[in-house]
Design a protein around this ligand. Structure first.
Ligand code: PLP
Length: 460
């Protein structure tokens, strides 16, 4: 038997076990069972390898999270050392561990001004869920128990638990679980490319920001707890607000005493060229949520950061705070996150994302704008989006939104590139460690796959 055949049999066995017993996130299982899942077995730097030995350049850093690239010895070592030293202990009942104490200090050093107390969870969804509980508790302590409604945005992604999915504004996430829960409402988002029509991006930014003010006035400011938003909406299609959007949001939140909870799960840890999206857009959040890049995905860990107002109120309460996970501040996850942040600092990955690496990425991205199928490219730092359109001038998309994007994504997989399709918006978010020659390879493949998609459509 040839070696390829042996590998294929192994792959087939994994696919069969998987199809029989594994419920996948965001997957149509009926469709997957017919095809068999792609089995990823190994990763190094910016490359993934599947069980058939095929190499893929990962233009998405996993799920927007592998800031320092795959297979880092330092992180394996940090995890191994912590596993041997203190494999587990909890932080309940007035106990802590060295790793979580040092990680908290490190986060206080790098987080946006004023954010200096941290609660640890295991995922971004749990972070947002916890943030909602903290904010409810805050308003109760403030003697304003009516301030309970959370306003988020259409096309927002804040995770999948009952509360995080209720905050999310991707409406396809709601009906299966009868969401959103009561008390979660959504306002417009600054998606100029899809919805801006004849307006300029700035006009659209201002009008969509003011939809928050209208909603607050409609609900009564005395009933609104917080506005929750990503600096740049990620899973909603890489929606980058114009410069006037965030200052207007900040003004509205202040005016009506609505807390601003910024979901930094994608934008945090250098992705936008500064430590946090809040830094890039000049946002002064009351609270932030972090996950993904916090550990570069090497361990499941998330953190909710509290600013002074909320932090002082919660820390000075006489009550026991009735919240926390068995694994909140897990020593191994904290050790790995700490080592990850040390790599980000030592290798100046934030400075590079905001400097040479980011500049090269944005230059290569912008070069795709001349393609006949591309209606716009946009990006910040190491985030990039490519809009596939029917009409470059009017921004009209192909009918049956998502079909062309899926076609392009399938070409990418076949050609050895991971580029995500959100509708017909192709999205890139590579590891911050990506080199110029790797970026050149990535964008050459991206162009080739957009060409192949154009050929499918009969354009060339
Ligand atoms: C991924 C993501 C989440 C959810 O994180 P999980 O770890 O998948 O629960 C929350 N918010 C944003 C902005 C995200 O991108």
């Amino acid at each position: 038997m040839s070696q390829t055949a042996a590998i294929s049999n192994q792959t087939r066995r994994w696919q069969e076990m998987d199809a029989a017993h594994h419920l996948h996130p965001f997957t149509t299982h009926k469709e997957l069972a017919g095809k068999g899942a792609r089995v990823i077995t190994r990763a190094e730097g910016v490359y993934l390898y599947d069980s058939e030995g095929k190499r893929l350049i990962d233009g998405m850093a996993g799920l927007w999270c592998v800031q320092v690239g795959y297979g880092r010895e330092e992180l394996a070592e940090a995890g191994y050392k912590a596993l041997k030293e203190l494999s587990y202990y909890n932080n309940f009942f007035q106990t802590t561990n060295p790793y979580v104490a040092e990680l908290s200090q490190k986060l206080a050093d790098v987080c946006p001004k004023g954010i200096d107390r941290f609660f640890f969870a295991n995922s971004g969804s749990e972070g947002n869920d916890s943030a909602v509980k903290i904010i409810r508790y805050f308003w109760n302590l403030q003697g304003k128990p009516n301030k309970k409604i959370f306003i988020a945005r259409k096309k927002a992604y804040h995770g999948v638990t009952m509360v995080a999915a209720s905050l999310s504004g991707l409406t396809h996430m709601h009906p299966q679980a009868d969401l959103p829960l009561p008390g979660f409402v959504h306002v417009e988002c600054p998606d100029w490319f899809a919805e801006g029509g004849e307006r300029t991006p700035e006009e659209h930014g201002l009008i969509t920001a003011r939809s928050l003010e209208e909603k607050i006035l409609e609900l009564g400011a005395e009933n609104v707890a917080a506005f929750v938003a990503e600096p740049i909406q990620g899973a909603g299609g890489l929606i980058i607000p114009p410069a006037n959007y965030w200052p207007e949001i900040q003004r509205i939140c202040r005016k009506y005493d609505v807390l601003l909870h910024v979901d930094e799960v994608i934008c945090g840890f250098g992705r936008t060229g500064q430590w946090f999206g809040s830094d890039t857009f000049g946002i002064e959040p009351d609270m932030i949520n972090m996950a993904k890049g916090l550990s570069s995905g090497y361990q499941p860990i998330a953190a909710v950061g509290l600013g002074k107002r909320v932090g002082d109120t919660v820390f000075n309460s006489d009550d026991e705070w009735s919240h926390g996970f068995t694994y909140s501040g897990h020593p191994v996850a904290a050790a790995v996150a700490l080592a990850n942040l040390e790599i980000i600092q030592k290798e100046k990955l934030v400075e590079k994302a905001g400097g040479t690496t980011g500049a090269h990425f944005q230059k290569k991205l912008a070069e795709l704008a001349d393609h006949p199928l591309v209606g716009q490219t946009r990006g910040v730092g190491l985030l990039g989006a490519i809009e596939l359109v029917k009409n470059k001038k009017t921004r009209e998309k192909y009918p049956d939104l998502g079909t062309v994007g899926a076609q392009c994504r399938n070409h990418c997989f076949a050609e050895g590139l991971i580029m995500r399709a959100i509708g017909d918006t192709m999205v890139l978010s590579p590891p911050l460690t990506i080199t110029e020659s790797e970026m050149d390879e990535l964008f050459a493949l991206a162009r080739r796959c957009i060409d192949l998609t154009a050929r499918d459509l009969g354009l060339v």
